[in-house]
Design a protein around this ligand. Structure first.
Ligand code: GRF
Length: 228
């Protein structure tokens, strides 16, 4: 395998997606290694998880900065110091300026708990339930200046089930996220997929669709016949 990509993970909270990436990267065949975890919140639970896993971790507290640019300069510096090739945002709750996003163009991934481009932004599951749609899911995409936009690397579908509330639905989507993010990072870090005209395409047209599967489709708990 070519040299593993060095990945920095940005978090703000519990870091369960971060954990799924750390676990996946333990596989010797995984094309990426997690070299640093950075949180903009010093109390983020994910920092302790990274510490327990022996991964370099640090807090860069955005509240200590007068402006976004100064915060992002330190963030950028820390990533450069760790010799990061790729950034994975995993529940990172700071909007990034165009300046930062451009510096990491095509090198920064994000996970969002909906099937983008639908339901960008916050309170996704609540809005999904209000809209009454029957299939939602999660998306891993490259970061662009527009929030939750950017070429889509992989998606996974999750059925909205009768009786779902925000808690139940978000738990099932989160379970899908934990499978999807390592899958998407594997595709991207191994360069099996590339960015072409702002879309993600298979690098080698001889690869089958299975090589670019979008993760599991989470089926409803009821067999289809019983739902009709
Ligand atoms: C996830 O649902 C992710 O899609 C969203 O924020 C949540 C973070 O959860 N961007 P965790 O910190 O990874 O547990």
């Amino acid at each position: 395998m070519d040299k593993k990509k060095r990945v920095g993970i940005l978090i703000s909270g519990r870091g369960s997606n971060m954990r799924s990436l750390i676990e996946a990267a333990k596989n010797p065949n995984f094309p990426a290694q997690i070299v640093v975890v950075i949180s903009n919140r010093p109390k983020a639970a994910g920092l302790q998880t990274a510490q327990d896993e022996g991964i370099k971790n640090l807090a860069i507290d955005h509240r200590k900065y007068d402006n976004r640019t100064a915060f992002e300069e330190d963030l950028h510096q820390a990533l450069v110091e760790a010799k990061v090739d790729l950034i994975c945002n995993a529940g990172f709750l700071r909007l990034l300026t165009a300046d930062f996003v451009d510096k990491w163009h095509d090198r920064q991934l994000n996970i969002h708990p909906s099937l983008l481009p639908s339901f960008k932004g916050l309170h996704t599951h609540q809005r999904v339930l209000e809209a009454g749609i029957k299939i939602t899911g999660c998306t891993v995409h490259l970061v662009r200046t527009d929030m939750d936009a950017g070429p889509i690397i992989a998606q996974s579908a999750v059925c909205v089930e009768p009786g779902d509330d925000e808690e139940r639905l978000s738990a099932r989507v989160l379970a899908a996220e934990h499978l999807l993010y390592p899958h998407a990072l594997e595709l991207f870090a191994s360069e099996k997929v590339i960015v072409k005209n702002e879309r993600i395409e298979l690098a080698d047209q001889n690869l089958t669709q299975a090589d670019n599967r979008s993760g599991p489709i989470f089926s409803p708990t009821l067999p289809l016949k019983q739902q009709l």
